[in-house]
Design a protein around this ligand. Structure first.
Ligand code: NAI
Length: 724
């Protein structure tokens, strides 16, 4: 066909045209300029040869069906480019619409992942058959990058599924479905086991619809084009904003807001106008800061972190075959589950056979649930469980090439268990501790091979939390670091590499957030407002409720140990205003947190009942000026951001991508910011704007908000926080 096309045209004797997406310049098909030109040319040719065309099959020659927009191009769009971005999105939509309304059946033969732009192309077809291959995903995840699907995705999803399902199942969560689940949710019409079956089904659909005058443009649409203000639908509208608030906690995520508006407004007008509305809301997002933050974090930073930017390049990649998990408590049981899921043999050791068996029972429970929900098969469940051997006998650890220790948080006990097993496991086994607070360098002194000793800090619940913090001790070797990195990737988690210091990166920085929330209570702030400020800043957990979950005695213990260590080393200890609140809560009021039955909240039968009314009574400061709501939010965000800069200064962190990803995936720093350092980059006025605001906070709330030297230097040099 025409020019150097990214779309191949083949027509058979029956008049069926197969359009194969196959960009010769790339390993995946994307919505680049070449594709846009090819699509336009194909639409022209189809219209010109309309009389000879019986039907159209749209498929791809790549592993994925279509990869969607080019994020490198999207992240660079500035407000000055708004019109160009709008015109680009309208051009693609217009050409898809020409094919859709040609008057012949068009079938998408979805041979691999069809996410975002890929699913939008499929949506423009009248029938969708997907190949059921592992790893293939279908959906519109744009919202997770702060965008909305502007290739007709909002307009068609609403018309295909109805507004409620379109918003809740597809658009607002950005859910990625397997082909089978996409079928159940009504996103596609058929699945096929083989490529041949997929193409046969596509052709069968065309053969079964010989009518060439079908009104294809309204296929399956629940809101026929041109119906203004459908009254039944209008009556349902008030529920959507409420639902939306529940999902975003009122946080500053513009994408859900724009998606909602595009869907609601678009559903009340004709198809073409709806597409224009969708385009306008898209441009608003793509030129804004939040989408740039989210693309940076969830695409570029995540890719950098997972692809091994933090892994020493020298050591050859290795895989773990058999792992010893020491301690079958909450963390050990979860680690065993995750390792076995990745195909690793696990020996799960505890002090008694019963305790070890209880740890394995945790996997049984998770797998029973997965089976129930159709997320696994009986065969896979059995194989998964067969890989976990519970034991109380150290001799069963023979042959293990890695050890992950998760016994009680007690240095002497940790030393003891490593001594017990270090000569039983393989002589070069990787030795990891899942300690959450104890310095790795000190723990390593308990083993003979200190070069092979490293921290592997998982998060709870292990099966769900994607992050693992890898902690280098002073004597940890590069080989061990590389192996730890490979192990984390082997179990399909995201590794960040941090230096050995109390609390490492994540626990230390989340401590700032919690302390800031607690300090505000001590200043007489309304506790409900403090919780609301955390939610509106975008934190997934409210600050006082999080403190209650962790229990107030734990940070107190860590604080006191740190103070002793600092003072023993001759340093000066700076108290935090939160300290006295925590001390009073525990000592004076006997409220240590959820596990103690009372904390910042009251609990009834173990369930959170409401904020403790005594907070206002005991911490009120009559006459004190109220803390502005904006200050409440920014105190939490700034306290974490500033401490992260100090982590960079102290070499606890060496990579910006690690900081951003670790903060979002590990400790719930709000995703709209793009991560804790991207928050500084994207702050109004850039780094100088952030510095100025930090100084204001410092003046009003104390020296902990003083901008660190590294931040000042970067602000002065006109730099940003990047790894490049
Ligand atoms: P846990 O109390 O649920 O489990 C500890 C287990 O270790 C118990 O089953 C105990 O019987 C077993 N154990 C004690 N002595 C043993 C020995 N000599 N040999 C084998 N097993 C022995 O504790 P959890 O919460 O699982 O924590 C374990 C470690 O993980 C701690 O170091 C903790 O600081 C760390 N951690 C905990 C997190 C959490 O959210 N709970 C998060 C990240 C790390």
């Amino acid at each position: 066909m025409t020019q150097s096309s990214t779309i191949r045209w083949e027509q058979d004797d029956d008049g069926v045209v197969t359009l194969t997406l196959d960009d010769p310049a790339q390993s995946a098909n994307t919505m680049n300029a070449a594709f846009q030109a090819s699509l336009h040319a194909v639409a022209d040719r189809l219209e010109a040869e309309r009389e000879t065309v019986r039907g159209i099959v749209l498929t791809s020659a790549k592993k994925t069906f279509f990869a969607g927009g080019d994020l490198r191009e999207l992240i660079a769009i500035t407000p000055d480019d708004a019109q160009r971005a709008f015109d680009g999105s309208m051009r693609v939509k217009h050409d898809l619409r020409r094919i859709e309304t040609l008057g012949v059946p068009v079938v998408a033969a979805i041979n691999g992942a069809a996410l975002g732009g890929g699913y939008e192309i499929a949506l423009a077809c009248h029938h969708r058959v997907a190949l059921d291959v592992p790893g293939s995903k279908i959906g519109l995840p744009e919202v997770t990058l702060g965008l909305l699907p502007a290739g007709g995705g909002v307009t068609r999803a609403v018309r295909l599924l109805g507004i409620a399902d379109a918003l809740l199942k597809v658009l607002l969560q950005g859910t990625q479905y397997t082909p089978r689940r996409a079928l159940e949710a009504g996103l596609i019409h058929e699945v096929a086991a083989t490529p041949e079956e997929m193409l046969a089904k596509a052709r069968a659909f065309i053969a079964a619809h010989p009518e060439s005058h079908q009104p294809w443009d309204v296929k399956g649409y629940k809101i026929p084009g041109g119906t203004p203000a459908n009254p039944r639908f209008a009556a349902n509208l008030p529920a959507f904003p409420a639902n939306l608030r529940k999902q975003t906690g009122g946080a500053p995520y513009p994408a859900p807001r724009n998606i909602l508006a595009a869907a609601v407004e678009g559903a009340q007008v004709d198809f073409e106008t709806a597409q224009t509305i969708e385009g306008r809301y898209f441009v608003d997002l793509v030129t804004g800061q939040t989408a740039k933050n989210m693309i940076q974090a969830f695409f570029f930073d995540l890719q950098a972190v997972n692809s091994g930017a933090g892994r020493p390049a020298g050591p050859a990649p290795r895989t773990v075959r058999k792992v010893a998990v020491l301690g079958a408590g909450m963390m050990g049981a979860g680690i065993a589950y995750s390792c076995a899921r990745a195909g690793i043999e696990v020996v799960l050791k505890d002090v008694t056979p019963e305790a070890a068996a209880k740890g394995k029972a945790y996997s049984e429970k998770l797998l029973a649930k997965a089976l129930d929900r159709g997320r696994t098969t009986e065969a896979k469940r059995d194989a998964h469980l067969a890989r976990i051997t519970p034991t109380a006998d150290p001799r069963d650890l023979a042959g293990c090439d890695a050890v992950i220790e998760a016994v009680f948080e007690d240095a002497a006990l940790k030393h003891k268990v490593f001594q017990e097993i270090q000569h039983i496991v393989e002589p070069d086994a990787l030795l990891c501790s899942n300690t959450s607070t104890l310095p790795i360098t000190g723990l390593a002194e308990g083993v003979e091979r200190q070069r092979d000793f490293i921290g592997l800090h998982f998060f709870s619940p292990v099966d769900k939390m994607p992050l693992v913090e890898i902690i280098k001790g002073e004597r940890t070797g590069d080989e061990a670091l590389a192996r730890a990195f490979d192990l984390v990737r082997q179990i399909r988690k995201t590794p960040i590499v941090v230096g050995d210091s109390r609390g490492f990166f994540t626990s230390r920085v989340i401590g700032q957030f919690i302390n800031e929330g607690v300090a505000m209570v001590g200043e007489g702030a309304d506790p409900a407002s403090v919780e609301q400020a955390a939610a509106q800043a975008g934190y997934p957990a409210k600050v006082l409720s999080l403190m209650d979950e962790l229990t107030l005695t734990l940070p107190r213990k860590i604080r006191d140990a740190t103070r002793r260590a600092v003072e023993e080393a001759g340093g000066a200890w700076t108290a935090h205003p939160a300290d006295t609140v925590i001390d009073r809560m525990v000592d004076e009021f006997g409220r240590p947190g959820r596990s103690g039955g009372a904390g910042f909240y009251d609990y009834v039968d173990g369930k959170r009942a409401g904020l403790w009314p005594g907070l206002r009574e005991h911490f009120a400061r009559p006459g004190a000026a109220p803390i502005p709501f904006e200050d409440m939010k920014e105190r939490m965000l700034f306290s974490e951001a500033l401490d992260t800069v100090r982590c960079l200064e102290e070499n606890v962190l060496t990579s910006v991508a690690d900081a951003n990803i670790g903060s979002i995936l590990g400790i719930g720093f709000p995703g709209w910011t793009g991560g804790v350092l991207q928050y500084i980059n994207g702050y109004e006025g850039g780094l100088p704007g952030f510095v100025a605001r930090a100084r204001e906070l410092q003046e009003t709330y104390g020296p902990r908000f003083a901008p660190p030297a590294l931040l000042l230097a970067k602000a002065e040099a006109g730099e940003r926080f990047t790894d490049a």
